[in-house]
Ligand binder design. Sequence first.
Ligand code: AMP
Length: 417
Amino acid sequence: MNKMTIRDVDLKGKRVVMRVDFNVPIKEGVIKDDTRIRGALPTIQYVLEQGASLVLMSHLGRPSGKGYEADYSLKPVAEYLGKMLGKTVAFAPDCAQAGDAAAALQPGEVLMLENTRFYKEEQGKVKKTDDMTDEESTAKKAALKEKQTELARIFASYGDVFCNDAFGSAHRAHASTAVICKFMDVNVAGFLLEKEIEYLGNAVENPVRPFVAILGGAKVSDKLAVVRNLLTKVDTLIIGGGMAYTFLKAQGHEVGGSLCENDQLEYAAEMLKQAAERGVKFLLPVDNIAADKFDAEANTRIVGADIPAGWMGLDIGPETAKLYADAINGAKTVVWNGPMGCFEMPKFAEGTMAVCRAVSGIKAAGGISIIGGGDSVAAVNKSGLAAEMSHISTGGGASLEYLEGKELPGVAALSDR
Ligand code: AMP
């Protein structure tokens, strides 16, 4: 990696300001899933072991940005982390007023800031309302950007070194993820972020071939740029899920009541043409599980590539599952983002599970398998095969932007080696 990591700095006696992703599900003060907290522990422990003190910051959920809201407080997370670390984690109830608490930290001590998104300038986003003129909106945006810069300057004043370990927020140019880097001399990646960049970066830029990408999920329009970019990189592109039907229709198939984005037909046809010109294998369903309604109890039947009127495709069929598994077997690099069907409903989960099983054989055969995106991660967890995958990305949106070939602001802002 060409960016500095936490291993590259002498941390003894330093104060590290670290952006983590503690955006965990919390209900009435109880943490329902601590995966993200556990994920940040190696970097946190390393920093403390090296004799540094630590200021942690994160967002949680989507508060209004107008100050404290109890439902989005990170206080329960600070307490939880304290128990995990076996030491007190001090808490700063206002993330922009924590200078004194940060300055008082001794080596080995930890301070956690309250939710950075209690300040709307953290994100710096202005929503243009109908009663706002263009000039007003531009002026508001500029004013908020200035406030964002100010907030980033305050965060930077809390320490000597900035460490970003929040891959899930790395595609956002927020005060605590990217803007802060302007005011710090040293900006480094934590272990989690480093691992994400190494896996995703190598897969996309230096894949060991054959390189197979599998895309699914509901909408083509969410993944336009991903398909376009991956077509220039992969040997085989496999498409399943709701997004497959727009491609099938572009090929002249009937799609019945399946999800189909008619305004993307031209794009789909263009992608199919590009794949043919580049010699990329572009696989689409040859059969489907069709349902008579969008319901877990719907009547179902197996149909070919054409979906009859009155039916909708909700999963890939058994022939397709076999075709896709054969294409995945033997790959040396596999990237998978998005389910093959409505896997949340058992009747439409088999296609996704079949792909899961096929992808789970890649690591054992000496290849690399990378799972990105919330729903595919949920499917892999459900399958019980998570341990068989080389890398499960912690950032859905961020991993998609990586696959689009975009530079992530939170990564770009880190210090070069
Ligand atoms: P995305 O957020 O775009 O990755 O889409 C994930 C969602 O797509 C999941 O909730 C799936 O249930 C849904 N999905 C997958 N296949 C289909 C399909 N054939 N029709 C409708 N929804 C689908």
